[in-house]
Write a protein that binds this ligand. Sequence first.
Ligand SMILES: Cc1ncc(COP(=O)(O)O)c(C=O)c1O
Length: 340
Amino acid sequence: MSVEIDWKNLGFSYIKTPFRYISYWKDGQWDNGQLTEDNKVYISEGSTALHYGQTAFEGLKAYRCKDGSINLFRPDENAKRLMQSCQRLLMPEVPIDKFVDAVKQAVKANEEYIPPYGTGGSLYIRPYIIGVGDNIGVAPAPEYIFSVFVVPVGAYFKGGLTPTRFIVTEYDRAAPRGTGSVKVGGNYASGYKAGKEAKQAGYSDAVYLDPQTHTKIEEIGAANFFGITKDGKKFVTPKSPSILPSITKYSLLYLAKERLGLDVEEGDIYIDALDQFSEAGACGTAAVISPIGGIQNGDNLHVFYSETEVGPVTQRLYDELVGIQYGDVPAPDNWIVKVD
Ligand SMILES: Cc1ncc(COP(=O)(O)O)c(C=O)c1O
């Protein structure tokens, strides 16, 4: 391996990799796209992405397996979610085949930046689409760029599999009938302040409550929430039109039921009813499964299973999910796409 990276101590920071994929949409169609070494994007000062937030993105990962092959985890699901984001912001859709092909090209071209098997790292893949071209009115852009770059990453939350504390924020990340269910730029800049205040106060991230009533858990920073009931028999996760439909969460709902034999439920999780859970976690592509040690809500700190040790059900879910991603555990049909 010619690349000099301390694979075992990777965090979640930008590292410039050699190649990225870029494709342009103009006059009603996408061009074929190509790889480029230039990590700068040249766009009009009138681009809608700069002024009006006409921008959407995705996040998925490539994993190096024990046999040296490369796994993508459910990339077609990310492609479908990007389509939904594009529909919501009136941007042209990127067809599933084009999306998956672009991801494969970007991963393959930067293959030596995929952390080796056993280091715990992976290659984070960031596809995005932005409205560009000369424009000034509040209207969809005349042109678009779809690009995919990759960055080798380790743990997103510092604790990894050690539980950490999170704190309920007063801010909302999304409006009740806004854009919370799609992965668009504006949802994230508006969350900076809540995240910063949480971290300054010593917590891993902010817990968002539902924007309508402020009584139910919605999201944990940029990750979904799940809880395991005290009898250890049920996996529960929020259902709301303003949370992002997490691919990890839907994967865990399946694995909890089919592989661990748990009951599963998507429903309301009231912030003052956390006693029903023995374990809780944040889940997402970046967060993987990050156990939640405790949630601070005003003066009240609710501690789950332990503040130092991951709970047994969370550990089993983690082993199943991560085992599938790295190719050590058999995957359900069509979950793994190889990069050849
Ligand atoms: C707000 C938010 N919620 C949840 C998730 C987790 O989604 P996924 O499991 O598809 O990565 C993400 C990350 O994509 C996110 O940004």
